[in-house]
Ligand binder design. Structure first.
Ligand code: UD1
Length: 429
């Protein structure tokens, strides 16, 4: 199993190319099931989750090809995927595949919408708390599908096709909103969604479906209207920049000090996180190439933050912010409102010398003058990268074990950081 060794204490200087968003690429790849024509996705990150989803889609009969490199492309230029679901050969997504990656459950919507049936394993437990799918199933039922759960599988049918309906989410859900967009696009009639998720990845999926011939308006706001069409076609679409990767590296620079340009990053995708970084003492400058992040001299200031649905502070940056606050001059509070028990990183950060106490959904972080390197264990994707941020500022050596979590969501993290001066290397095997 690979490990990452970091020797802390070096500032970051240079530039880091930001990849396409994992959380947009996954639903976009799944949208290829909606059409028998070719969907071409550009700027797809090279990640373990993307490769895993390719396997899942293959199982349904989707041919996935990887486009060749073009003139002027660098090692970090995103890949082009050509996805063709000309014939769907299997409408079952088995436990062995779905249990490896939660987002693969989302295949249920396009399979049902196009084929009139789907049998998809329930995703099962996850390190960041219980993550139910009740609202995703509510969407399918609202659009006229029969839904039953049997032996760990969701079995859903709509023999005469899906029908548009009114969906009111009692809670903002990204997965639920993706499900509604995909299912309603091939339903007959109009669907309205109230209290939809506003995350940029939702707007990106809607833009792609519209290029495929869909009729979605309002994506990116809480009220979305979808006029169903009988057939969707092929399209070419570039994946939006990864706001979580952007925020993660911005926090790494705020942690170590230095001056880094986050190339291709788009500030409007993470304004709330950038505002928090400014409060913490970083200097953030949007440029026409991306976002420049600097912190010189001045120390890190404490902040009070609650996670919230977009445009609020993202839960996927909570662990990274906590790592940053371990070195703040004073006491910070971070409240997690989206997922219960998303604090797996607290104990591991404590191994580096952090002082964090938990009370329900709120963490109190008392900044310490220095962290000290130690062996730590990655537990989930975002928690793992918070340990990397801690290690970059810790005295001496930190060994991060179980880095396969990082590979799920961060493309060549060690190369991007070492190019900016970090002492970080991967030990394979
Ligand atoms: C997506 C992201 C994840 C991010 C999260 C919140 C991907 C692949 N994953 O996850 O990285 O942390 O959005 O921004 O894009 N809920 C229910 N019932 C449901 C569905 C969700 O109660 O049927 C609850 C969840 O338990 C949670 C909240 O709704 O408390 C938000 O979950 P949701 O937005 O659906 O997260 P995901 O789509 O799983």
């Amino acid at each position: 199993m690979d490990r990452i060794r970091i020797t802390g204490g070096r500032p970051l200087n240079g530039s880091i190319p930001i990849s396409g968003a994992k959380n947009a690429a996954l639903p976009l790849m799944i949208a290829s099931l909606l059409t028998d024509q070719m969907l071409i996705l550009e700027n797809v990150p090279r990640l373990a989750d993307v490769a895993q989803l390719q396997r899942i889609l293959n199982n349904h009969g989707v041919d996935v090809m990887i486009g060749g490199k073009k003139e002027g492309e660098t090692d970090f230029t995103g890949q082009t995927l050509l996805l063709s679901a000309a014939r769907i050969v299997d409408t079952t997504a088995p436990y062995e595949l779905v249990s490896k990656m939660r987002a693969s459950f989302w295949v249920v919507a396009p399979l049902l919408a196009r084929m009139g049936e789907a049998k998809v394993s329930l995703p099962g437990g996850c390190a960041i708390g219980t993550r139910p799918v009740d609202l995703l199933l509510m969407v399918l039922e609202r659009l006229g599908a029969e839904v039953e759960i049997d032996a760990g599988y969701v079995i859903t049918r709509a023999k005469n096709g899906l029908k548009g309906g009114e969906i009111v989410f009692p809670k903002v859900t990204v997965g639920g909103t993706h499900t509604a967009l995909m299912a309603a696009s091939l339903a007959s009639g109009t669907t309205t969604i109230e209290n939809a998720a506003c995350e940029p990845e939702i707007a990106d999926l809607a833009a792609c479906i519209n290029k495929m011939g869909g009729r979605i308006t309002g994506a990116g706001t809480p009220n979305i209207t979808i006029e169903g069409v009988s057939k969707l076609g092929g399209a070419r679409h570039a994946v939006v920049a990864d706001r979580i990767e952007t925020g993660t590296y911005a926090m790494a620079v705020a942690m170590t000090g230095g001056d880094v340009l986050l190339q291709n990053a788009a500030p409007e995708l993470l304004q709330s996180a950038l505002d928090v970084l400014v409060q913490a003492g970083a200097v953030i400058t949007p440029t026409n190439q991306g976002i420049r992040v600097q912190r010189n001299g001045a120390g890190i200031l404490p902040v009070e933050v609650s996670t919230a649905p977009f445009p609020g502070f993202p839960t996927d940056l909570q662990a990274q912010l906590m790592a940053l606050m371990t070195r703040a001059k004073g006491r910070s509070h971070i409240t997690e409102t989206i997922f219960e028990n998303r604090f797996m990183h607290v104990q591991e950060l404590a191994r580096l010398g952090a002082r964090i106490t938990l009370d329900g959904d709120t963490a109190t972080i008392d900044g310490v003058p220095k962290l000290k390197g130690a062996p730590v264990m990655a537990t989930d994707l975002r928690a793992s990268v918070s340990l990397v941020i801690g290690a970059l500022a810790a005295e001496g050596e930190t060994m991060v074990n179980r880095v396969y979590h990082l590979d799920r969501g961060f493309e060549r993290l060690e190369d991007k950081l070492s190019a900016c001066g970090a002492s970080i290397e991967r030990l394979t095997g």
